[in-house]
Design a protein around this ligand. Structure first.
Ligand code: SF4
Length: 318
């Protein structure tokens, strides 16, 4: 917001770009910011090739499974393509030198600019005076003297500037990206390491339910509440689904579970046991669970094995 307003103060028209991935959640915030700034915002969705950089980032991960440097290069490449489509002159971003450990050290900003192929057209108005002059500054399209020299993690100076601009809503400092959360990152890295062929269906599923691993080929997902059970059931029906069986309670109230991997007596016992572990079943009732595989439907009478009772979710693993 501040970077955009600095441009507007110089009479430069700005169009907002909001980048959406399977793991981000900031579209509402972006819409509110655009309204306050009086600009149009376009949402660009990550394409299938985005998953490749999650699986093997050239510049590594941060604290979670966040490949921020690679992700920013990807975003700027998309932004430059969009810039050319709409006939814009250059790109700005709100990055501040030294603000985030993974992707905003001065060296990172240079790498990001270099690998996005248009470094000379990528202006960071908030820290411009600390960085080499870009083409828009050298050509006088932008007055460098009116740009910022913000550095580091403190938000004090940025908030003072937001107040000077009379912003009504100053957003909280959040990336809005689940990949930066270490717990969520464990589920992502599990998938990256054990299921290299996983596609967007598998990564989207990480946002739902408790995830347990039985072995290298087999994972079980258990819904946490009704809305998640509905989502899991819907996900299982999609043509691209890699789930092999859906388990639902027959004679008791409880969650749904999905098996991803071979349907074997062991995986059925593990999945059924987990389903029972998260259910409330009257003491005198023998629980019955319906299993829907891709080819047939049948019932099993599982119990909570030692393995199912001791299993940790992937997110809670040390
Ligand atoms: S926090 Fe998430 S969306 Fe932002 S740069 Fe890092 S990986 Fe990309």
């Amino acid at each position: 917001m501040l970077a955009i307003r600095l441009m507007q103060e110089q009479g430069i028209a700005v169009e907002g770009l909001n980048f959406k991935t399977l793991f981000t959640c900031c579209q509402d915030t972006a819409g509110q910011a655009a309204e306050e700034l009086g600009i149009r915002v376009t949402v660009l969705g990550a394409e299938d090739d985005y998953l490749e950089l999650i699986k093997s980032p050239r510049f590594g991960y941060g604290k979670g499974a966040n490949p921020c440097v690679d992700c920013r290069i990807y975003m700027f490449q998309r932004a430059f393509r969009y810039m050319e489509q709409i006939g814009a002159d250059f790109i700005i971003s709100g990055e501040v030198v030294g603000q985030r450990p993974m992707s905003q050290k001065k060296r990172d900003l240079e790498i990001i600019g270099h690998h996005s192929n248009f470094a000379d057209l990528l202006l960071r108005p908030l820290s411009a005076q600390l960085l080499p002059p870009t083409l828009p500054e050298r050509e006088g399209w932008v007055d460098r003297q009116q740009l910022g020299n913000f550095y580091g993690r403190s938000r004090k100076g940025l908030i003072a500037l937001a107040n000077k601009f009379h912003f009504k809503n100053i957003p909280a400092p959040s990336t809005g990206c689940a990949l930066t959360e270490p717990q969520f990152g464990k589920k992502v890295l599990d998938l990256v390491q054990l299921e290299p062929a996983a596609g967007s269906w598998d990564y989207r599923l990480l946002n739902m339910g408790r995830h347990f691993r039985l072995d290298a080929q087999t994972k079980v997902v258990v819904g946490r509440q009704k809305s998640e059970n509905d989502q899991l059931e819907y996900a299982h029906k999609l043509p691209q689904a890699s789930s092999t069986a859906l388990l639902t309670p027959v004679n008791f109230q409880g969650p749904l579970s999905l098996i991803l991997g071979p349907v074997t007596p062991e995986s059925l016992g593990f999945s059924g046991g987990l389903l029972i572990r998260y259910s409330k079943i009257p003491d005198n009732r023998q629980p019955c669970v319906q299993v829907r595989t891709r080819h047939r439907t049948f019932q099993i009478k599982p119990f909570v094995s030692h393995r199912a009772s001791q299993a940790h979710t992937l997110a809670s693993l040390p």
